[in-house]
Write a protein that binds this ligand. Sequence first.
Ligand SMILES: Nc1ncnc2c1ncn2[C@@H]1O[C@H](COP(=O)(O)OP(=O)(O)O)[C@@H](O)[C@H]1O
Ligand SMILES: [Mg+2]
Length: 270
Amino acid sequence: MAILHIENLHVSVAGKEILKGVTLDVEEGKTTALVGPNGHGKSTLLFALMGHPNYTVTEGSVTLDGQDVLSLSVDQRSKLGLFLAMQYPSEIPGVNSADFLKAAMNVRREKPMSLFQFYSKMQSAYKEMGIPFEMSTRNLNEGFSGGEKKRNEILQLKLLEPRIALLDEIDSGLDVDALQVVSGAIRDEQKKGRGFLVVSHYARLYDLISPDNVAVMVNGRIAVTGGPDLVQKIDTQGYEWIKTELGIPVEKEDVVVSIGTCATKEALKK
Ligand SMILES: Nc1ncnc2c1ncn2[C@@H]1O[C@H](COP(=O)(O)OP(=O)(O)O)[C@@H](O)[C@H]1O
Ligand SMILES: [Mg+2]
């Protein structure tokens, strides 16, 4: 089984160091929960692993099955077996969902699939994710609801069959039914031997997908790792104990006002 091995990873965004030496292993066939307070670098880690151009690695290494990941382009990382389900999937006007899926699936095969093979795979994936098949004719994520975008991320995971999938708050914006569908699909993929690194703030998701390990990210580093009981501890106690038990002060997130936050609405009222 392959291991995604992250060693002393330092990452800067817009000139500011966010990750300050992350060391973590994610094993194929296992699920690792990545938790931590807001703004401490969880999404930064996932974007850096996938090769987002705004996230600059300044130190450290990442290998998958012994192969260097950081020297690869995003598409090469994808072909190697990494997959990122984004917290906020982008809308891609002009790119038809079915065309996108077909191109992404064919590029990792020697010979392109027959149209029949592609349609039958696609049809069963849409059915399993509870997405109406007509949505395959629409542009990728364009005008999709929050829940539809999240289901669509897992649909892509099902069709692209990665070795290690990185999921960033896949449960945010899902209603109860959608959460059941998404967590059920993740469980199916776990059984097929895929590895997962799953970021969420909610024990509810982890109860449904039963992680093997838990890593807690604080101040751009992994402060502590442990078993699934860590999720319960954080769910009931929050992150205060990181300071009292481990002596690590938890830096507070800078308050960033962006469009759509309650802070903006409050500011606009004044
Ligand atoms: N594109 C960016 N430009 C400037 N700062 C950023 C950018 N992306 C992330 N950051 C900052 O990096 C820090 C970590 O963010 P993030 O990785 O999203 O945290 P988390 O996912 O743990 O909530 C935050 O302080 C955030 O404001
Ligand atoms: Mg995040």
